[in-house]
Design a binder for this molecule. Structure first.
Ligand code: ASP
Length: 630
């Protein structure tokens, strides 16, 4: 294991304690001759009979200790009893290692401690996995169950240290910009962000529950009404939804809100903050483009098939309609799609022209899994001509037109999706683009490619419930020129329908993406009660429900609300990306499994019957329809 980390500055509060004079990462050649005491865990133990070598480890590093039976027989006898992961206190004399015996991989590799006194502070069982082989693969459930042992291993420790630096840099940047850090309650009321709530029954008010916040959204807006002007928080959020690689039931957001701002002003601050924080946390990772590229939602979908495009590679989607347009193409799927006003679009995979049949089948399956009916392809030969199973329908000219439209080069593979739904074509090609970009190694791993996507539609139609759903946040504002669209076709604000002009309204919403992940999102909010009520009505709330759920914030808006807006950025995702991880569990000290279990603490667990009695609760069993629903 290489230990080439820079020597951290000596903390303001000395690391020396009654147990140690120095840490295990501290001693250098210049310390030779000093008598010092170290404390730490036995990382590795080598017994050479008269000499016992102990690598003593703590968070700061590893120091080699050698205990000589002749020089220190008592210490040697104690060292003889030690095993890996015992916690020891060792006093001895720092000595330069013999020439040729230095260990360049250790910060302390020029020296060793000649152990004179060894004391066992704590014994240890054989750990369930090797702590001293941090790269050895270990079953994840074992790592989660013994998380405290996993954290002893260098990789996870490094990631937690990086996360700590990230949060520190975030705090510094906000304090410098005049933000106030305010904690908002965890025991609260439903704050919808599109997931289910976790609820906590109240003992003092039997029959009532608190909901854990899905985000501090309403509270931060209330802080703007309160005149705080600039707020931020490293906020824990809770969402009861199905878990995926980048989701956990509880997670952390950098949550911020600003008063008297426009979209532009919020994005300006957030962009500067992200640059400052990235440079402070991972100075070695270049930011691809500053200012961050900005795309409207429409443009992002059209060009990348995603509202969180990975910009580390090109592979932009191409509309094939112009190349196919004249007359019928002879290929029924394309003709029918175009006639129905649908889309035929393509993405080009560089260098994949010689993909095998089974590789093409696999890509077709991939496309089908994301909703496509099929996947057509054209392979570009060395002479630049296109070859395709559908060439016999399209004719040579059209195939050549496709190659030209896709600007494909010899050796490239053009993948084509046709569908009446524009969104579906974007989704499938966007996923193919993302997947192939990574598989083909087109994404430079070290580069941080941040970008903005903004001007999302305000709402999307919820067919099942017959109402508009906020695409992001129920409090998002509408772009000023679209305000008149926030009406229903029927004229009755409480009767939304698919035909409503509201379907065309764009939100003052902006998302920030990093390397193909949505890092965060925010908006300038509605700050007028009348408009907010109109928006809630479109979202299917009756006046009564509105008051029941959002009465607090509606009332506050009667007392003078400044225009305001903000954003929330996922700290878990940000840390994961900065640490080259694809799963946020890898940057969380104590994450839960895919089924929401904490394997170490064994949570969730059966409630104590007495607790339940006090709360007036009883399990009545789980109704099958509820299981089916979730
Ligand atoms: N509350 C939003 C969220 O959690 C972020 C925001 O609009 O500020 O996604």
């Amino acid at each position: 294991m290489s230990d080439d980390r820079p020597v951290p500055p000596e903390p303001a509060f000395s690391l020396a304690t009654p147990y140690r004079d120095a840490t295990c990462g501290e001693l250098r050649a210049g310390d030779a001759g000093r008598t010092v005491q170290l404390a730490g865990w036995v990382h590795r133990r080598r017994d050479h009979g008269q000499l016992i070598f102990l690598d003593l480890r703590d968070r700061y590093g590893i120091t080699q200790v050698v205990v000589d039976a002749q020089e220190s027989p008592v210490a040697h006898a104690v060292a003889n009893r030690t095993r890996n992961e015992f916690v020891l206190e060792i006093k001895g004399e720092v000595a330069r290692r013999m020439a040729g015996k230095e260990n360049e991989e250790l910060l302390t590799g020029e020296v060793e401690l000649r152990g004179r006194e060894v004391e066992i502070l704590s014994e240890a069982q054989t750990p369930p996995f090797y702590i001293n082989e941090p790269d050895a693969p270990v079953d994840e459930s074992l790592r989660l169950r013994y998380r405290y042992l996993d954290i002893r291993r260098r990789p996870l420790l490094e990631r937690l240290l990086l996360r700590s630096e990230l949060v520190r840099a975030i705090r510094d940047a906000h304090h410098k910009a005049g933000f106030v850090e305010i904690e908002t309650p965890i025991l609260l009321k439903s704050t919808p962000e599109g997931a289910r709530d976790f609820i906590v029954p109240s003992r003092l008010q039997p029959g009532s529950v608190y909901a854990l916040p899905q985000s501090p959204q309403q509270l931060k807006q209330l802080l703007m009404v309160a005149g705080i002007d600039r707020y931020f928080q490293i906020a824990r959020c809770f969402r009861d939804e199905d878990l995926r690689g980048d989701r956990q039931p509880e997670f952390t957001q950098l949550d911020l809100e600003m008063s008297f701002v426009t979209e532009e002003r919020v994005m300006e601050f957030v962009e500067a903050m992200i640059i400052e924080v990235s440079r402070a946390t991972t100075p070695d990772r270049p930011i691809q483009e500053i200012p961050f590229p900005r795309f409207t939602y429409e443009e992002a979908l059209e060009r990348f098939g995603s509202d969180k495009p990975d910009l580390r590679f090109g592979m932009e989607l191409v509309d094939l309609a112009p190349a196919l347009r004249e007359g019928t193409t002879g290929f029924r799927v394309f003709d029918e799609t175009l006639a129905a006003g649908g889309r035929v679009k393509a993405v080009t995979a560089p260098g994949m022209a010689d993909a095998t049949r089974s590789q093409i089948d696999e890509l077709t399956q991939f496309a089908r899994r994301h909703g496509a009916k099929g996947l057509a392809h054209v392979a570009v030969a060395a002479d630049g001509t296109g070859h395709s199973p559908i060439a016999k329908f399209l004719g040579e000219e059209r195939v050549a037109a496709i190659v030209a439209a896709a600007a494909a080069r010899p050796g490239d593979l053009i993948l084509i999706v046709a569908d009446p739904s524009r969104e579906l074509v974007a989704e499938v090609l966007g996923r193919l683009r993302g997947e192939l970009g990574l598989r083909l190694g087109l994404a430079e791993p070290g580069v941080l490619a941040y970008c903005w996507v903004h001007r999302f539609p305000m709402y999307q139609w919820d067919t099942e419930r017959g109402r508009w759903d906020a695409t992001h946040n129920p409090f998002s504002g509408v772009v000023p020129e679209d305000e008149a669209l926030l009406v229903t076709a029927s004229g009755d604000p409480y009767e939304p329908s698919r035909q409503d002009p509201a379907g065309k309204a764009r939100a003052m919403q902006y998302d920030v993406a990093l390397n193909g992940w949505e890092l965060g999102g925010g908006s300038v909010r509605i700050h007028r009660r009348e408009l907010l009520e109109r928006s809630f009505a479109l979202q299917g709330y009756s006046l009564e429900q509105m008051h029941e759920r959002f009465g607090g914030i509606l009332e506050a808006f009667d007392f003078g609300a400044p225009p305001h807006g903000g954003i929330a950025i996922g700290i878990d995702r940000w840390s994961a990306l900065l640490a080259y991880q694809t799963n946020i569990r890898e940057v969380m000290a104590f994450p839960k499994t895919q089924s929401g279990t904490d394997l170490m603490m064994q949570a969730p667990s059966q409630p104590d019957p007495e607790q339940f009695a006090e709360l007036g609760l009883r399990f009545v069993g789980i109704r099958p329809e509820h299981v089916a629903e979730s």
